[in-house]
Design a protein around this ligand. Structure first.
Ligand code: B12
Length: 149
């Protein structure tokens, strides 16, 4: 797809692992998107503020600290309360398989672990953007159990 999308890559909480987030931000920029990396240790409120200020299409959350079950649903809830139901949320880092279905049920549309290639991420971004173009539900607050496998 040729669409240039606005994507925020964020590091919520006290997690100090930033290599993966920087790799992802670079890969998506190289794929032609407009990418903003928040930097480390952002609060859920700061992240949602950035999404709103930057009028982002996608929010990518990187978590390697084990706090994903608390922080990611909290951010999705704040997005919904801020009328950002159409923002497409995806995540990556150290997120065990057994935690993933719960995050999908909250509105996260893809989760990527170590070793993810830029091709895999781009395929997801393109598929999600295509769903949005076709008016199929894909935003974090839109009712659908669709997610990337
Ligand atoms: C390097 C490293 C560190 C470095 C971090 C340097 C830095 N600036 O990033 C240092 C030494 C500082 C560090 C510290 C700690 N670490 Co450490 N660290 C690692 C290690 C070895 C590699 C992480 C890495 O950089 N990988 C390379 C990058 C490119 O890969 P990645 O981050 O996984 O990202 C890829 C995917 O996950 C995905 N991805 C990641 N984020 C996102 C976001 C989106 C939106 C998408 C789409 C994809 C995506 O795409 C990326 C590209 O493929 C991992 C073990 C491992 N093998 O993963 C442990 C690991 C993450 N660390 C761990 C721990 C416990 C710690 C410490 C708590 C240790 C301690 N007791 O002090 C501290 C915490 C520091 C802190 N404040 O958070 C644990 C976490 C356990 C958990 N979550 O359950 C791990 C898994 C080691 C382990 N097996 O126990 N660590």
């Amino acid at each position: 797809m040729d669409e240039r999308l606005r994507i925020i890559i964020a590091k919520p909480g006290l997690d100090g692992h930033d290599r993966g987030a920087k790799v992802v931000a670079r890969a998506l920029r190289d794929a032609g998107h407009e990418v903003i990396y928040t930097g480390l240790r952002r609060t859920p409120e700061e992240i949602v503020r950035t999404v709103i200020d930057e009028d982002a299409d996608f929010l990518g959350l990187s978590s390697l600290s084990g706090a994903h079950n608390f922080l990611i649903p909290k951010i999705v809830e704040l997005l919904k309360h801020s009328d950002c139901n159409d923002v497409i949320v995806f995540a990556g880092g150290i997120i065990p398989e057994h935690d993933r279905n719960n995050l999908y049920s909250k509105g996260v549309r893809a989760i990527f672990g170590p070793g993810t290639s830029s091709t895999q991420m781009s395929e997801f971004i393109d598929s999600a953007a295509k769903r949005r173009l076709e008016s199929l539900p894909v935003g974090c607050g839109e009712d659908s159990d669709w997610h990337w496998d």
